[in-house]
Design a protein around this ligand. Structure first.
Ligand SMILES: C[S@@+](CC[C@H](N)C(=O)[O-])C[C@H]1O[C@@H](n2cnc3c(N)ncnc32)[C@H](O)[C@@H]1O
Length: 386
């Protein structure tokens, strides 16, 4: 297991300046139309799941490039832009503010400027996360990006209906928390074990001018003591690894090191009538299918909770391990052996819903979704009724 104590939020990017600077930079992005609709409509992004997305547009043409082009080029394309073009198109005050927040840095010659982080628009929110390094290794405490495919699906299974107390476990950059706080939840908490993620989350709070989110650095429910929540959501790490090296991704040899503890904690933190929505992989084993394992993990206090799995992929052990990028033959063999010893037959990637309805007979439900969109639609709370 990775020791959280070795993770530190190195101060190599993101500086907390006055609120006025945050406001001005937010206005810069929104003023140039840097929102999800425009960026998705105007740029064509290519990339494989898990890899960075590259926007396709011509080299910045002096004279025709817009502010939106420059911002997308810098913060989503991760490409350098001449300092002169930035000053001319964005203005010198904004260039200084971007430097003050350490969102950009200038090369030694003073001629080209690059972003220190990615900024991805989520609706009208601006979300900083880690850049994809040009070459491995990825830093062990890298902060996960909201436009990655699993985050996209996860965010769609979070019901956007009004709620009083909202908790996002494993919040990373906190874009789901911030969206909840801005649009439908009264009081919001985000927890992450990675200090760098909490630094990004706090920066994103400031950048978006959102107050009603409290962030905590710690292991799962530990920082929250016995607090209860109406809605708990999570997208924990769930990829099996011989030795965990990426905090956002790896979940031990069966991938369930974090999600198993998360599920066990739910009965103690879900308010009466509350709901949990998560997105992760869990295994079918010789002794029980994934949905019954979720029920077992809930323990005796979870006997009154409904459990529903909407599966997106159901892959045999061999298929699952062979579809994992970067896993060499020796690593795959080692994982296969340890998973076989645990009795794992299949890995199921699923939208998992757990809900509290005290006094009624609990149900356990598994349905195979046909695709990402079907999964998102079926995970909608209005269609999930008995
Ligand atoms: C797949 S990322 C998801 C981040 C974000 N929610 C998203 O969807 O983009 C998993 C997150 O879980 C965090 N994490 C890993 N182990 C944890 C633990 N034991 N307690 C709390 N957070 C943890 C990681 O630091 C990472 O930010």
């Amino acid at each position: 297991m990775m020791n959280p104590a070795v993770l530190t939020a190195e101060d190599d990017c993101l500086h907390f300046a006055d609120d006025t600077v945050f406001h001005s930079v937010r206005d810069l992005f929104l003023g140039f139309g840097f929102n999800e609709t425009n960026v998705r409509d105007q740029y064509w992004f290519s990339g494989q799941p898990g890899k960075s997305l590259t926007p396709h547009f011509l080299e910045i043409e002096p004279g025709t490039a817009s502010g939106l082009d420059v911002l997308v080029h810098l913060f989503m394309g991760e490409q350098a832009v001449p300092v002169d073009d930035i000053i001319r198109i964005l203005g010198s005050r904004h260039f200084l503010e971007l430097q003050e927040l350490k969102l950009v840095e200038v090369d030694e010659q003073g001629s080209a400027c690059s972003a220190t982080v990615r900024i991805e628009p989520v609706n009208e929110l601006l979300i900083c996360a880690d850049r994809s390094p040009a070459k491995p290794p990825v830093r062990s405490d890298a902060v996960y990006r909201p436009w990655d495919i699993s985050s996209q699906l996860y965010s769609r299974i979070v019901p956007p209906t009004p709620c009083k107390t909202f908790l996002e476990m494993c919040c990373g950059s906190a874009y789901v928390c911030l969206n909840a706080a801005q649009n439908f939840a009264e009081s919001v908490c985000g927890v992450d074990i990675n200090p760098r993620a909490i630094r990004f989350a706090d920066f994103n709070k400031k950048l978006n001018g959102i107050e009603n989110v409290a962030t905590y650095c710690g292991n799962l429910f530990q920082p929250l003591q016995s607090r209860l929540f109406d809605r708990i959501v999570a997208h924990p790490p769930y990829v099996p690894a011989v030795a965990d090296s990426l905090v956002y991704k790896h979940g031990g040899q069966d991938g369930e090191r974090i999600s198993a503890d998360l599920i066990s904690g739910i009965p103690h933190h879900l308010a009466d009538g509350g709901e949990f929505h998560g997105f992760f992989a869990i295994s079918d084993r010789i002794d029980a299918p994934a949905e019954l394992r979720v029920r077992e993990l809930l323990g005796p206090d979870g006997q009154e909770l409904d459990v529903a799995l909407l599966t997106v992929t159901e892959l045999s052990l061999v298929w699952y391990l062979s579809s994992m990028p970067g896993l060499d033959a020796k690593g795959a063999e080692e994982l296969r052996e340890s998973c076989k010893k645990l009795g794992i037959t299949r890995f199921v990637t699923a939208a998992v819903t757990i809900r509290s309805r005290r006094g009624s007979t609990p149900s356990t439900f598994r349905h195979r979704a046909l695709g990402w969109q079907t999964a998102a639609a079926m995970a909608d709370p209005h269609t999930f009724t008995r």
